[in-house]
Design a protein around this ligand. Structure first.
Ligand SMILES: Cc1cc2nc3c(=O)[nH]c(=O)nc-3n(C[C@H](O)[C@H](O)[C@H](O)COP(=O)(O)O)c2cc1C
Length: 402
């Protein structure tokens, strides 16, 4: 059973959340309401207890708190709540709670649980139009959006304070749909085992120098995280990356293409999906030197084509769902598609994600723009968005096909 934590802060729209809690419970979710101290002044806990069938949580230190019991039982309320949550929703979200979450403040049970949880967080703001438009509120919101926090609403309309403008809590039925989407997404890849590769491989010139590329590994890591969030068991095989994954997965670190291939080979038979987002160096040094090359005179390196990992995958496991990546430099969309189809045919890939690293300054960036091409030649363009959002779209397309 999915546990949905509903955080209620002290917006005037809090009363609307009672029907939302009832509906979520009817859907079979375990709904636990966490209220801020101010929210309890707005509306009685009893109303939410009746709607959810669960006790409302509102105190970080409950009455009779005894640290000795905590140490004996190893159970802390906000951590248990954080761990059991499938999703957390803050509705209505006051300007205050948004500011606190954006800055990592944890001064009550709601903000502390949010900080401790790895669950998806959906924030549904509702406030006076001037509070909403205030630069500080907007800065807090962009900060959270960039960290992958979902927002829904507010809408424009008549506000409780008498103003007309943006700030009304979004339609409660639409909020419910968003919650259901987030919860259901968590099962989409349940039982699936996936290998994701990421990062730029390093090929030795000598014992201190390497040939590599400008890949940051962000795209692959975001995809791996998205697969974990949807219930898959993920093995991430990565060479040099600029970021660390934020979810728990099997994290294998390699350097060269050869090492990456070796790790894939060991595991491919136990996995049903392979997403090969790593930027494998196309060349390696023919005669690498087993010491440090002296730097007092110039040298000539002979580069030879490196192992093409993608071409080996289907030969190792015929029925693995293979997603390849293609990076091109300043080409047309037609050309991008043509190159993707070429990989599909050559490697037997089921899907190729292509991007133009020349146009969008993709390497190292948090943004990307891609073309997804499948083995039936169908292409779908995903416009420029954060790599986290692009990862969601890519995984959406994989989910439809596995
Ligand atoms: C009657 C009343 C209505 C309020 N409505 C809102 C609101 O809709 N949105 C909001 O951001 N703050 C609203 N506030 C202000 C918050 O309650 C206040 O900022 C509070 O400190 C927020 O605490 P909390 O985020 O811990 O619940 C309201 C205050 C009062 C007294």
């Amino acid at each position: 059973m999915h546990t949905v934590l509903v955080g209620v802060s002290s917006g005037i729209a809090a009363f609307k959340v009672i029907s939302l809690v009832k509906s979520l419970k009817k859907r079979g979710y375990n709904v636990i309401v966490i209220m801020t101290e101010h929210a309890k002044k707005m509306i009685s806990e009893k109303e939410f207890e009746k709607a959810s069938g669960n006790k409302v949580v509102s105190e970080l230190f409950p009455k009779g708190f005894d640290y000795k019991r905590v140490l004996k039982e190893r159970k802390v309320k906000h951590i248990s709540l954080a761990d059991m949550a499938s999703v957390i929703i803050v509705v209505p979200a006051t300007a205050n709670i948004i500011a606190k979450i954006a800055n990592g403040v944890a001064d009550d049970i709601l903000t502390t649980t949010i900080l401790a949880s790895k669950a998806e967080l959906l924030v549904c703001p509702s406030m006076n139009v001037n509070m909403w438009n205030n630069k500080r509120t907007q800065e807090n919101i962009s900060k959270l959006r960039n960290k992958g926090i979902f927002f829904f609403g507010p809408e424009k309309g008549k506000l409780a304070c008498g103003y007309d403008g943006e700030g009304r809590l979004a339609d409660i039925n639409k909020i419910e749909d968003e919650i259901v989407k987030l919860v259901e997404k968590r099962n989409e890849l349940k039982g699936k085992k996936i290998i994701v590769t990421a990062g730029g491989t390093e090929e030795e010139i000598d014992k201190v120098r390497v040939i590599t590329n400008r890949s940051s590994g962000k795209m692959g890591i975001r995809i791996a995280e998205e697969c974990v969030k949807r219930g898959a068991k993920v093995t991430l095989i990565r060479s040099r990356t600029d970021i660390e994954p934020t979810v728990s997965l099997d994290d294998i670190k390699v350097r060269s293409a050869k090492e990456m291939y070796g790790e894939i080979k060991k595991r491919i038979n136990k996995n049903g999906i392979m997403i090969h987002a790593a930027a494998v160096s196309d060349f390696r040094v023919k005669n690498k030197i087993e010491s440090k090359i002296r730097s007092d005179k110039g040298i000539t390196l002979e580069l030879i084509p490196n192992i093409k990992i993608i071409d080996k995958i289907k030969k190792m496991k015929k029925d693995v769902f293979l997603v390849g990546f293609k990076a091109e430099y300043n080409v047309s969309e037609k050309e991008l598609k043509r190159k993707s189809v070429y990989i599909i045919n050559k490697a037997g890939a089921d899907m190729v994600v292509a991007n133009d690293v020349g146009k969008n300054n993709v390497f190292g960036s948090d943004y990307n723009e891609i073309l997804i091409v499948d083995n039936k030649g169908k292409a779908k363009k995903i416009n420029r968005a954060e790599k986290r959002i692009i990862a969601e779209r890519i995984v959406d397309e994989i989910v439809k096909r596995v």
